[in-house]
Design a binder for this molecule. Structure first.
Ligand SMILES: Cc1cc2nc3c(=O)[nH]c(=O)nc-3n(C[C@H](O)[C@H](O)[C@H](O)COP(=O)(O)OP(=O)(O)OC[C@H]3O[C@@H](n4cnc5c(N)ncnc54)[C@H](O)[C@@H]3O)c2cc1C
Length: 417
């Protein structure tokens, strides 16, 4: 009987195990989990509601959802699509519902239903809890490679000869190993095997901005676009003003696109806000019409944005509170347009978004076969979920990556059994 070890009983590990149980019930699957229970993180996803996946309707390209790993996800989604996710969970007793923002949640709005469903799915697997794995080693199978050393310095020699190797995990021998999850201990395993990795940095966070005039507007939400001048990074969507700075989907997206850039900059960078998410010429045309039609009215009485924010922008543009549209002139108009489309702030640091974050970086996609997610260097070693250099913006895309990559690995292993 073939033995499969899965490191990490999170979303990807349990989904992979549940599919292995379905596809190859005769195989023996052991899950090693560092924590005291499986799926602890899944239980708190989506604020306890679990945003399982996304219809992908709100995104123009896969790269928009997956700033890292788009190529792998394209292939993985062909193997296990959003529809497959809906069918899989519905068949397993968790019907899903689609929100207006394209996010799917369980009809029950309870992440624990997803957790219990996966717990049912891994029944029959051996689950080893409080089992932190910090090292795995390839071991030659009986025969030609019998007395091979696993000395790390000799790893390149070993790797060229481990074709039919077995794996030692926690003193037990396995035919296949699947590494999932992220974080320091997984990095140690990767380092031990001299796997190519991309240094991990956090993604999905909100921006701290020390600007009292801005933060006094906390609670306001507008459709805007945000960018980091000079970097090329830009994102749009609802922008939320908070008591510490800026948040909302536009900022979370930008934090994802610019995760590595911001990390290298010590989480400090200029930020430009286009409050109307429109081009300069569009804004100029709109304002010209307003100025013509409301010449005698106060600028503050006819606003394009919530009144408090509009006043903030008028003042920031250096205009008087009591100025009338007819008094704006071309100078005043230029200042107002410039502030509306390029209001400048400075990001002083990051804050968490409802405790949700993902890791940008991990095992390099150059180190894995894209179709099977098997290590190029070590046959029999697979990766799924956040351990790979794949991460997404918020909206269910990260869990979809866990389901799709977990499925691809299960299918690849079953094919080679
Ligand atoms: C608060 C929060 C909310 C989120 N909400 C959403 C959401 O609604 N929708 C969405 O798409 N994404 C969400 N995410 C992201 C999503 O949870 C992750 O992308 C997903 O869980 C990744 O799955 P994974 O199995 O790769 O990793 P994990 O779920 O992190 O599972 C990895 C498991 O491996 C274990 N482990 C790690 N190292 C070792 C080791 N050395 N030995 C043994 N075990 C080990 C860990 O204890 C963990 O249980 C959220 C993240 C957070 C933090």
């Amino acid at each position: 009987m073939k033995r499969i070890a899965i490191i990490g009983a999170g979303a990807a590990g349990c989904f992979c195990a549940a599919n292995l149980r379905k596809m190859a019930p005769e195989a023996s699957v052991t899950l090693f989990e560092a924590g005291p229970k499986p799926l602890a993180k899944l239980a708190i996803t989506g604020g306890g509601r679990c945003n399982l996946t996304n219809s992908f309707e709100g995104i123009r390209s896969l790269k928009e959802a997956y700033p890292r790993g788009e190529r792998v996800m394209k292939r993985a989604l062909k193997e296990f699509s959003v529809q497959d996710t809906l069918d899989w969970f519905t068949a397993a007793g968790v019907p899903l519902t689609l929100q207006e923002d394209h996010c799917y949640f369980p009809v029950s709005q309870n992440a624990m239903d997803v957790v219990r469903c996966l717990q049912r799915g891994i029944k029959g697997c051996e689950l080893k809890l409080n089992a932190l794995i910090s090292e795995i080693s390839p071991r030659a199978s009986l025969g030609r490679n019998d007395n091979m050393s696993t000395n790390r310095d000799n790893m390149s020699v070993i790797s060229s000869e481990v074709e039919k190797s077995k794996w030692m995990v926690n003193g037990e021998c396995f035919d296949y190993v699947v590494i999932t999850g992220g974080g320091g201990s997984i990095e140690r395993i990767a380092a031990g095997l001299k796997l190519e990795t991309v240094p991990p940095v956090p993604s999905l966070f909100t921006f701290n901005i020390k600007d009292k005039a801005l933060t006094s507007l906390m609670g306001l939400v507008v459709d805007a676009s945000v960018s980091i001048p000079g970097s090329g990074f830009k994102a749009d969507g609802p922008l939320l003003i908070t008591d510490w700075g800026l948040s909302g989907p536009a900022v979370l997206k930008l934090s994802s696109y610019a995760a590595r850039y911001l990390s290298e900059a010590g989480d400090k960078a200029p930020l430009s806000v286009n409050w109307l998410h429109s081009s300069e010429s569009e804004v100029r045309d709109t304002l010209a019409v307003l100025a013509r039609e409301n010449a005698a009215k106060l600028l503050l009485s006819t606003h394009l944005l919530p009144s408090r924010l509009w006043e903030h922008i008028v003042l920031k543009a250096g205009l008087r509170k009591d100025i009338r549209w007819g008094e704006l002139g071309s100078k005043g108009m230029n200042k107002l347009v410039a502030t509306l489309v390029g209001d400048n702030y400075f990001i002083e640091g990051k804050s968490k978004f409802r405790e949700e974050f993902v890791t940008c970086g991990g095992v390099s996609l150059d180190a894995v076969e894209l179709g099977t997610l098997q290590s190029k260097k070590y046959p029999g070693l697979y990766f799924a979920g956040e351990v790979l250099d794949i991460d997404a913006i918020t909206g269910g895309f990260n869990l979809q990556a866990a389901w799709s990559t977990g499925y691809v690995v299960a299918k690849s292993i079953v094919k080679s059994l």
